[in-house]
Design a protein around this ligand. Sequence first.
Ligand code: DC
Length: 215
Amino acid sequence: MTTRIVAIDGPAASGKSSVARELARQIGFDYVNSGAMYRAVTWHVLQRGINPADSNAVVRLLEESRIDCDLVQGDSRISIDGVDPAEHLRDDRVNEEVSRISSIPRVREILVTEMRGYAKDRDIVMEGRDIGSVVFPETPYKFYIDASPEVRLRRRIAQGHRDQIAARDRVDSSRRASPLIIAEDALVIDSSNLTIEGVVGEIIGRLKMKGMIIS
Ligand code: DC
């Protein structure tokens, strides 16, 4: 089955989650948040008392764990060893360690396989850091959402999070395995002065221009 994949990448607090979710709703695709998958794994590692700096131990734990990726009303969910850590994905300690855990190549391999599984039999909008560059490089529908550092910091504070986004961006952009980059054929949208609706409108316009039939 040929499915359609819209890839939305961008740095922390660029607005990509709100945009991706709303876009998926408007075009009737399922929504997959790949950052939540890295966050869930990070939570699992911390919960099991594994040192996030010990990448061998992290990989060993993950290879012994059962990862289930699912959709609940069009929204991606991940549970590990039967536990869905949805409420903990934005905990301070997860924010602090998620970039380190997601820089481990084997962790990425395991999760990328799960991500590709989502697109086997359904149309999806997937957001993350390397969706257009690594996970689905062949999709013609790629977007990179950016915003100025000031706007991104303001958005995080407004969400009530004390997340060190600048530090996380530095690690995410400089790591060796699948760093945050702008895919060559992605359309870059600066959302600093745009509403969610405005960004979604721009994306839908581009998808139609590329010949996507949206019902
Ligand atoms: O989108 P987010 O801020 O919730 O993502 C949390 C972290 O997960 C991010 O700092 C880096 C990692 N991540 C990644 O490495 N690759 C992705 N495709 C998505 C997220």
